[in-house]
Design a protein around this ligand. Structure first.
Ligand SMILES: Cc1cc2nc3c(=O)[nH]c(=O)nc-3n(C[C@H](O)[C@H](O)[C@H](O)COP(=O)(O)O)c2cc1C
Length: 491
């Protein structure tokens, strides 16, 4: 017994000795280095500042931040999605924790006599490209899964979204990383996207390959094609996939070398003006026969008016069948902070401008409007429908449905929930079958809640909502009807 005690005490003294030596080493390193003023002035102890600020990023959400405080999504928004995706009740007690005086808050105008159950209808079906392409596409889902490339998100995440889209009856956008077997696996509707690097449909020179696009669009479940011009989080910058996320499989699907960063050009090198953009839309639609649209984040609206004028000059057959308008505060796997924070209009400003531009050029019936940008809760979706959108897309809403905890590590391949990592150990936590049900629950709950807003406003279904049904809180804390702020004038 005493021999054990003496070994333990020797060990303890040894460890203390090593600890003291390490601290002395750290002290000497801190005071002699010149790169960091805090560590030079406060050797050893200064390291706590870095430890706490790193940990603070993760613990703030649990201990310190109020329900409506965090960015990009606060706890109240995230928890709504968590409950909805688990098909739990989203009922809360006592009263709203949301301040109704914050500028931009939507307040829907409930009517005196909301609709009775027998007067209610499911969301109306919208058809895209009818009369203008060989295989138009119809769907009534008001919320759909926005572009997230296989590469930015993991294989189990794509599998869960694919199966979830099928269960929910919504579409899944592939993002710009190409079409994989995992997108097709669930059998749900797919919007195939290609971006500036033409991943998945590029030839040896990096240009659009007619044969490869024909192969992709030959799949029955590929319902539409989206040409990505830009996205909200990084306008003027192509996709960025860090080298550690470019696995053999992802490299093969994209047609690029494995292990090296996958950087797409800032814009399509073969689309230099509006004429060439329309040429590309016509070519893509002609190859696949499927509705073809464009996705962008708006800066100014001048070029959009020029595009619409040119479409009217050439004829309605030259128009994109849909436009996906992304918000300046949209999400991404990886992007420079300056672009995320300061470039591109937020959707609250750009969506009414786009719908008004379509109205002004008489194109609103021809071109369907899809929109995205933090529209992850029912009020956001209802606002977009009131404003004039046909469909809402969400990326991060569905990431939350998959279990995302907003740890902001999408670009590091260390996502703790397995959604944006290719590390098999971390992917183990994401069971595609379980999460597919959560994706479908989320769609059902959003739809149900937007239906309640619609009925409360006195209309039978979400797509009957109009600008007169929503008010927006102004700087002085009072709200104004959206139809007064942005009256719709149809030419
Ligand atoms: C992980 C991730 C990957 C994305 N990849 C793409 C992409 O490949 N193509 C694209 O057009 N947008 C991409 N986006 C942007 C989304 O499609 C969407 O436009 C944006 O996040 C706004 O929607 P949200 O606020 O609901 O997330 C990505 C977003 C995230 C979060």
């Amino acid at each position: 017994m005493s021999a054990w005690l003496s070994i333990l005490s020797d060990l303890f003294l040894l460890l203390v000795g090593i600890g003291i030596l390490l601290l002395i080493g750290l002290y000497v390193r801190d005071v002699t280095q010149t790169r960091d003023a805090v560590l030079r002035n406060y050797p050893v102890i200064g390291h706590f500042r870095y430890i706490f600020s790193t940990l603070g990023e993760f613990f703030r959400q649990y201990f310190f931040a109020m329900d409506r405080e965090e960015m990009p999504f606060n706890r109240a928004e995230r928890q709504w999605i968590e409950h909805a995706s688990k098909d739990n009740s989203t009922t809360v007690a006592f009263g709203s924790t949301r301040s109704l005086e914050i500028r931009g808050t939507p307040i829907f105008e409930n009517c005196a006599f909301p609709l009775l159950d027998e007067q209610k209808r499911p969301p109306a079906t919208v058809t895209v490209g009818e009369g203008w392409c060989r295989t138009p596409y119809s769907n009534n889902s008001i919320i759909n899964i926005s572009a997230m490339s296989y590469g930015a998100i993991s294989r189990p995440a794509v599998r869960a979204l694919s199966a979830g889209a099928k269960l929910a009856g919504c579409w899944l956008n592939t993002g710009e990383g190409g079409l994989s077997t995992w997108h097709l696996e669930g059998g749900g509707d797919i919007v195939f996207q290609f971006g500036t690097a033409k991943y998945g449909v590029r030839n040896a020179q990096g240009h659009l390959s007619t044969e490869r696009l024909r192969e992709v669009t030959a799949h029955d479940t590929v319902r539409m094609v989206e040409i990505k011009l830009s996205q909200g989080a990084k306008p003027g910058k192509g996709g960025i996939l860090p080298g550690e996320k470019v696995t053999q499989e992802i490299a093969q699907i994209r047609g690029i070398p494995a292990g090296q960063p996958s950087i797409s050009p800032n814009r399509h090198p073969d689309i230099n003006d509006i004429g060439e953009l329309i040429d590309m839309i016509e070519r893509v639609r002609d190859i696949g026969g499927k509705p073809t649209g464009i996705k962008f984040v708006a800066g100014g609206m001048e070029w959009v008016h020029e595009l619409f004028e040119e479409i009217n000059r050439r004829g309605l057959g030259s128009a994109p069948d849909f436009i996906t308008l992304d918000s300046g505060d949209g999400g991404t796997g990886a992007a420079p902070m300056t672009l995320m924070d300061h470039v591109g209009l937020p959707i609250r400003e750009s969506l009414p401008l786009l719908v008004d531009a379509l109205d002004a050029h008489g194109l609103r019936q021809r071109i369907r409007v899809v929109t995205s940008g933090k529209l992850v809760n029912p009020a956001g979706v209802a606002w977009a429908l009131c404003t004039g959108a046909d469909f809402v897309n969400s990326a991060r809403g569905f990431m939350f449905a998959l279990g995302c905890i907003q740890s902001l590590r999408c670009h590091r391949n260390t996502c703790p929930t397995g959604i944006t990592t290719h590390d098999p150990r971390l992917q183990k936590g994401l069971d595609p079958a379980d999460k597919a049900v959560k994706v479908a629950n989320y769609v059902a709950q959003i739809t149900g809640a937007v239906e309640i807003i619609a009925h409360s406003c006195g209309v039978p279904e979400p797509r009957a909502l109009e600008r007169k049904h929503v008010r927006l809180v102004q700087e002085n804390g009072k709200s104004i009807r959206m139809s007064e702020l942005y009256p719709r004038v149809v030419s």
